[in-house]
Ligand binder design. Structure first.
Ligand SMILES: Nc1nc2c(ncn2[C@@H]2O[C@H](COP(=O)(O)OP(=O)(O)O)[C@@H](O)[C@H]2O)c(=O)[nH]1
Ligand SMILES: [Mg+2]
Length: 193
């Protein structure tokens, strides 16, 4: 049983040695900066502002951890923000690559892409990485409320094609504004545990 309504912020870490070694199953959220990662986490957890939502792409290269008692949500630092320095990019890759290398408790990665656009080169890099390493993942296509019916139909077909090389991967149109897709994502999280 997962109680999505009983989450606490655990901590924000800039170094993998700060990870708690308690074998809690982990649900990982990954995506480009500003794609709607924090908003999605808040929506799933039924909270207004547990995860900080920002109108500007964030620069903090930290992993944020949320504890749901018997599982942990792992909020990876966003990527793809153009204005970060070489050092910050280096910090991002050390932290994220290190996390995937060292964690033995990943049950599911929720890879978030913006429904309105073709996934970026970095999104595809992330998807290729997850797929080739056989890490279980789903794709959450965020901000679907920003598309009208016609646009949504078009993007649904296109995104299916764009993701077609990842066999048997679920992708879900979702919105943190309307709540569309959130229950499906929650079910897939439950199934993964
Ligand atoms: N319309 C709409 N806006 C969203 C949605 N999700 C996030 N946003 C907005 O996108 C911006 C970035 O969101 P945030 O959750 O901080 O993204 P993060 O950087 O990936 O954590 C904020 O202005 C949010 O209000 C969504 O599903 N629909
Ligand atoms: Mg965020």
């Amino acid at each position: 049983m997962i109680n999505f309504n009983n989450a606490d912020f655990e901590k924000s870490i800039g170094n993998l040695s700060q990870m708690t070694d308690d074998k809690l199953p982990e649900i990982v959220f990954s995506g480009r900066s500003n794609v709607g990662k924090s908003s999605l986490i808040n929506k799933i957890l039924n909270r207004k502002s547990l995860a900080r939502v920002s109108s500007k792409p964030g620069k903090t290269v930290n992993i944020n951890l949320y504890n749901l008692k018997n599982i942990r949500f792992v909020d990876l630092p966003g990527y793809g923000y153009a204005k970060v320095s070489f050092d910050e990019k280096k910090r991002w890759s050390n932290l994220v690559e290190g996390y995937f290398r060292e964690s033995e408790n990943i049950r599911l990665v929720v890879q978030i892409v913006d429904m309105r656009h073709t996934p970026s080169a970095q999104d595809f890099q992330m998807l290729d990485f997850l797929y080739s390493k056989k890490i279980p993942f789903i794709v959450a296509a965020s901000k679907c409320d920003k598309l009208n019916k016609t646009q949504k139909d078009i993007r649904t077909g296109e995104l299916s094609d764009e993701l077609s090389e990842y066999k048997n991967i679920n992708w879900i149109a979702c919105s943190s504004v309307t709540g569309e897709g959130i229950n499906t994502i929650k079910s897939l999280i439950v199934e993964s545990i």
